[in-house]
Design a protein around this ligand. Structure first.
Ligand code: ZN
Length: 236
């Protein structure tokens, strides 16, 4: 998706805008958010069929989104997006103090703001999911980096296989997850958050429910329905 001109990007952004129409962003449920992210992924990959990553999306959007890396004073600050501050140009700034893997998550997070959220400034903190837009940017970023359709079956198979070959030694969650996190270029924290965020869905999958029939529930919905599920690595 390199070498895109502005006209090409504008056409694709119009297609993405059309994808947003059926959704009410104020009350977006987890399953709807994932469906939206995956529709956007399909729209962005349809020309080349190449894998869609935060880097490839940023590259494609580069005439309209300018990515800068800057060592910010605050370690807590991950990044910021000034969406359409100038005519058709949005500066996206990433905190260069963070690890390359953490910066990838921030890039993914800010791209979700750019693609689905209204024009305004976004100043993003580590772990800030208080507003629904920040929750959507975090969940959407995780789905862009680690799509559940690949992540859930692959990670379940991986952990079962590791457990089968470790004899009496019970590996710690870090021992289990670090190689996987390194392979996919994400931090251990991102991977653990993904496992925790998908623990209800993973539990259904491990009980034999096919991917297409999974029920997706956010933390708020799990709490409201009094559903308690431990993350996967506590139960294997
Ligand atoms: Zn944000």
């Amino acid at each position: 998706m390199s070498g895109s001109d502005k006209a090409n990007v504008k056409t694709k952004l119009s297609q993405i805008e059309a994808l947003l129409l059926p959704y009410n962003l104020k009350y977006l449920k987890k399953q709807q958010l994932y469906a939206l992210v995956n529709s956007i992924r399909q729209a962005l990959s349809s020309d080349t069929g190449a894998e869609v990553t935060p880097e490839s999306v940023a590259d494609f959007l580069s005439p309209c989104v300018q990515v800068f890396y800057h060592a910010m004073d605050s370690q807590r600050m991950c990044g910021m997006l000034i969406k359409n501050a100038y005519p058709q140009v949005s500066p996206l700034i990433i905190n260069a103090r963070h690890s390359p893997q953490a910066q990838r998550f921030t890039l993914s997070h800010e791209i979700i703001h750019y693609l689905i959220h209204p024009d305004r400034n976004y100043l993003c903190d580590t772990g800030d999911a208080r507003s629904s837009l920040e929750w959507q940017a975090n969940e959407g970023a995780a789905e862009l980096l680690l799509p559940y359709r690949i992540f859930i079956p692959q990670l379940c198979a991986y952990i079962q296989s590791v457990n089968r070959h470790t004899g009496g030694h019970k590996p710690s969650s870090t021992e289990l997850l670090l190689p996987y996190a390194q392979k996919y270029g994400v931090t251990l924290t991102t991977l653990q958050n993904r496992l925790t965020g998908l623990r209800y869905e993973i539990d259904q999958y491990m009980s034999g429910c096919p991917l297409e029939s999974l029920e997706f529930l956010s933390e708020a919905e799990l709490t409201r329905r009094c559903i308690h599920v431990k993350p996967l690595f506590f139960s294997v």
